[in-house]
Design a protein around this ligand. Sequence first.
Ligand code: NDP
Length: 464
Amino acid sequence: MSVMTPPGIKNSGDYIEGVLATVKAKNLAESEFHQAVQEVLDSLRLVLQKHPEYRSARILERITEPERVLMFRVPWFDDRGDVQVNRGFRIEMNSAIGPYKGGLRFHPSVNLGILKFLAFEQVFKNSLTTLPMGGGKGGSDFDPKGKSDNEVMRFCQSFMTELQRHIGPDTDVPAGDIGVGGREIGFLFGQYKRLRNEFTGVLTGKGLNWGGSLIRPEATGYGCVYFANEMLKTRKETFDGKLCLVSGSGNVSQYTVEKLLDFGAKPITWSDSDGVIFDPDGIDREKLAWVMELKNVRRGRIREYTDKYKKAVFMPTDVKLDHNPIWNIKADCAFPSATQNEIKAKDAANLLKNGCKLVAEGANMPCTLEATKMFLDAKTLYGPAKAANAGGVATSGLEMAQNSARLSWTREEVDDRLHKIMIAIHKTCFETAEKYGTPGNLVNGANIGGFMKVANAMLDQGLV
Ligand code: NDP
């Protein structure tokens, strides 16, 4: 199918509608990818009026088309000796400013559309970090829940047996995401090393004894709170005593809660795909340590929290409903940190009704387009994912730098760099939003700020 803009389309608005229509037609039934592209293109209307060169070089048509899509069979034996077959993916989206970089997600919901949305977002996010990283994403519909360590290892080894021929420290450097933490990165790295006979920084999120960086596990959650703190500063406010809703109970959620406690806030919720925990007394460091043990070691369910902490309540969730009870709890700030589209229009209405003043996206694209618009219209402090959760990949970039130099930086040094990067990302988004006539709209600021660097690199490098 042609990627040309439909005939008769003249102004930049029509042009953008044409590109979006083509993306939808070429990527049928990939609704999350359509959503992510639409959000970015809506912001770029403001840019195309000033920069006709992007249009004549067909930058939008090129940036929405992955450079390469890999899809492969992953066969493995379960503990009973039965054969299981999953599907593996890697989307190499854009390498204009550096090697492809982005996580691997293992979750039964994984499909091409979800990974394309994540890879597309990653391109702009990585650009915002100021580090030289292109964008990619990958994963599998494999579900690590309920699998033994040996099953997870056999799956990871089979997955890497194919993936290894496509990645490398100067080509494509995967990391973790949902369902891929330290255990999985270890198994994947071990198999890469065995097959390629080389010890390189081909993955980030590695263990500390074998090339990992201090603060990488903490980085996405810490970074999100650092970003939110910058948003609060623009209104001369602090986190002190603020009630915070945090969804999820995995990597991003745990370290968001930890940093919120450092800043004097009061986090009061957790969730997982079964339901929500509301702890009116607040989550303290002892409760956080208990959840880390529950989720990272025992791999249990969040409902067990109420067995231990009797004042907390558990509310089951149902994905078929148009809302989630977590977003109807009265609070000052919301940190969606579980998965995409977890805040729908009704959730946004509930948050606003209850006086929520700040939303910082730890998860990728956790708000639907309608919910995002409602927050922007209400002038909520709204930190979009590609800016607010960029601390994870930024620290992956710092891990790559340490690997290349064969050095390890201290915890304080990495945390200080992470903090400065998050301040710089906020500054870019804030100033870009103002420059393009939409002050306070960090969605426009992040989309335009991330886009310009990649688009200019693409212009410099010719038609590739
Ligand atoms: P984890 O696997 O550590 O935790 C994910 C959490 O979200 C779990 O509590 C999980 O519950 C819940 N969850 C996942 N899918 C769903 C679903 N469909 N419905 C309800 N709850 C769900 O992943 P991370 O914490 O690493 O990732 C969370 C989000 O942050 C994702 O959007 C990811 O892309 C994003 N992100 C992560 C980064 C990182 O460095 N790890 C970097 C940037 C963004 P359950 O156990 O029931 O599945």
